[in-house]
Structures are given as C-alpha cells and as structure tokens.
Write a protein that binds this ligand. Sequence first.
Ligand code: URA
Length: 265
Amino acid sequence: MDLFEQLLAAARKDRNAMRGVTPELLTALEQSFRQGNTSAPVPQRTAVAARPEPAPALEPVPEPALQKTAQTFAAPAAADGSSLEEMAETVRTCARCELGRHRQNAVFGEGDPHAELMFIGEGPGADEDRQGRPFVGKAGQLLDKMIAAMQFRRAEVYIANVVKCRPPDNRTPTPEEACLCIGYLVRQIELIRPKVIVLLGATAAHFLLNRQEGITRLRGRWLEYNGIPVMPTYHPAYLLRQESAKRDAWHDLQLVMAKFGKSYR
Ligand code: URA
C-alpha cells in the first residue's frame, strides 16, 4: 500500500470521516496527491480489484455543495427549490456562509424565468447589495449595452451570479463561499433551462465549469454545461478598465447572437 492508499484505508475505517466524500473527490484527491508525489507508485487496476475488503457504502452527500480539493471541484449539485420564487425567498434569509452577515440585500437574480439567454457574473457589488438586483452599477450599465447590442432586451434574458451576497470590498468569493452558494445557481439553471449561457469573467467559469484557466484563454470558444452551450467572455467590470478588450468581447457576443440567428448590421 502506498501512502495514498494507507490514508484512504484509515479514512474508510472512520465512516464519519467519509461523510460527503464523493467518488469524484477521491479521484481528484488521488490525482492531486500523485501529481505532487511522483515517486508514489500508481497501483495497477488488478491490484485494486484484488483488495480483500470492499469499500463501505458511502453515505449521501449532506450539503448540495461542491467538494473542494486544492483547486478543483466535483460537479456542483442543485439546491432544493421547486420554483424560482421559493428559492429567492430562501436566499433572502440564507445564512449558509459569512457573506450573509454583511449583506443589506441578497441578490438572487432576475429576468425572464423562461429566458433562452442567461448571463452569469461573479457576485453582487455595492450597488447590487443596496438594491437587491444584479448588475445595476457601472458594470451593469455596460452589461445593459452589451445585451442591447446583441438585440435582446434586459427583461427577456436572465441575469444571476455565482454568489448571491456581496463579498466585502468586492473581493472574489472564496471557494467555501462559492461552494455553499452555487447550488442555488445550479437550480436556477435547471429551472430556467436557457438555450445559451454567457459566463462573465473567470470566476463563473471556475466555479460552474471547474475550469482553472484565466478568462483570456477561455473566452471566445464554446464550452458546455449539462448540455447547454456556454460562452465565456470578459466581465463588464474588466471591460470598463480595459477598453481594448471590448473588441474581443464583442466577437464573443456575436458568436452567441449567431446561435439565435441574429447578426450585427
Ligand atoms: N458584478 C457581478 O459579477 N455581478 C453583479 O451583479 C454586479 C457586478
């Protein structure tokens, strides 16, 4: 047994220690362990099959959350909620993480519940926190222009964020905060079932798609989330600071327009 297998065996003895540990997490842990420990021998499949003791059945994951390893996450699970209204009510008083203690208002998201186009940002800023609505500050004004340029009305798309409460000083949400919150977003997507999702910035791609690359590498090509085409592009707040990136963002948005049979004239 190498060190990883010894750790695994010890953890399996203690069922409590295994609560919430999914097979995906174990695989990710093993990969990350082996990457950092190239001297550790990789057991052959036959050796695994020959183990005398079968692993005990794992208990279901208690929280609809991502499982965190060093940098990667298992697929996020949806939060409970039979309708958007019901979930918005839950989010209004959510106390799953520290962010809830500092908010003025939770920002659930808004738009057409049957929207074909959905935009996903990172988290509310000060203006959004004050108004309880997503993308209503300076970045939001630019997003409005982007939506209009795409020949959509804001009311006919849906806009949401990875985290529903404002991170202090507009910092990036921590993995813990994102993990505890993203189940709401996953359920929003399940309920809305958009035809296309636009991810605004790297944070959304990181936590929803488990992509580690920066947005410059990710943007401008189609990815997929549960069968839904996803286009990552620059966050409008970045575009406000970096005017020269607008050209690339417009390229990305035109790819999205083409999916809807729209083109710029
Ligand atoms: N930035 C975001 O990512 N989301 C908002 O709602 C506002 C600013």
